[in-house]
Design a protein. Structure first.
Length: 278
């Protein structure tokens, strides 16, 4: 993981923690290479998850390390989720890492699990929001004092002005994480949670990336997710496994999670699909 505040506490005593991969300004390259080599020796594989919003120098450092070690046992997973959604995904992958899945399946499961994370925020303004389509009408309303907006970035973009609409939520049982920024409101816990019929609400600290991602520090970020590891296990198990023709590792879906090579030839393969019933 590239930021300590994206490492959520474990849900049980078995879930392992995550290792922090430091930015170039915080650690010399030689030390970073040594740390990565040690991780490979201890665990066999490293699955590095990082948000698309991290600094370019930090992302280049990750690719440099992988290139210099010439290892196909390092997965670099760039995730285009809001910060709290990234944190949820990382914890789910940590849970999967102690199941009987290969590293290739765990790495490629990130794309599958992302579809089941509903990531959004309550914002006081959308004038600087560039991650979700914002209409000119919404921009205009954003200048009206007291306006607030409910935004969903994943799995499908949604935007509503509070009081004029509702966000469509998951059709399966979830827990809800809530991280409060510089905005006072009960809308997430009093409106979203009941409407989405979440089974539990947990409050966590707001990630440092959140204000930049959402374009304002006056926000409350939230993420609904599958809390049950047995259900996550079943979901991943239901997808047909293939063997990457490039690196030889197992994968699910249409792209290898470790070397990022596409599955070929797609026209000759039949894939299983993972669907949760309401």
């Amino acid at each position: 993981m590239t930021s300590a505040d994206l490492v959520l506490p474990p849900t049980d005593q078995q879930t392992p923690t995550a290792v922090l991969l430091h930015a170039p300004g915080d650690q010399p390259l030689e030390q970073a290479l040594g740390d990565m080599q040690l991780l490979l020796e201890q665990h066999g594989y490293v699955i590095a998850v990082y948000p698309s919003s991290i600094a370019g120098a930090h992302e280049r450092r990750l690719h440099t390390i992988r290139s210099m070690l010439e290892s196909d046992r390092i997965a670099l997973l760039k995730v285009d989720l809001p910060p709290l959604g990234v944190a949820v995904l990382v914890r789910q992958l940590r849970q999967l890492s102690i199941c009987d899945f290969s590293a290739g399946v765990v790495a490629s499961a990130a794309r599958l699990l992302s579809h089941y994370i509903h990531s959004g925020a309550l914002l006081n303004s959308v004038t600087k929001l560039d991650r979700v389509p914002v209409t000119l009408k919404a921009h205009a309303k954003s200048w009206v004092p007291g306006s607030q907006f409910g935004v969903l970035a994943n799995p499908e973009p949604q935007l509503v002005k509070i009081g004029t609409g509702e966000l469509t939520g998951p059709e399966f049982g979830t827990h809800l994480l809530v991280a409060k920024g510089q905005l006072q409101s009960d809308w997430v816990t009093e409106t979203v949670a009941p409407a989405w019929q979440v089974q539990a609400v947990h409050e966590v600290a707001l990630p440092a990336y959140s204000a930049g991602w959402w374009g304002t520090s006056k926000l409350i970020e939230f993420a609904a997710f599958l809390p049950d590891i047995s259900l996550i296990y079943q979901l991943v198990s239901s997808v047909r496994r293939e063997v990457c023709t490039w690196c030889g590792n197992e994968l699910i879906g249409d792209r290898c999670g470790l070397c990022n090579a596409p599955l070929k030839p797609p026209e000759n393969l039949t894939h299983g699909s993972a669907v949760l019933s309401p």
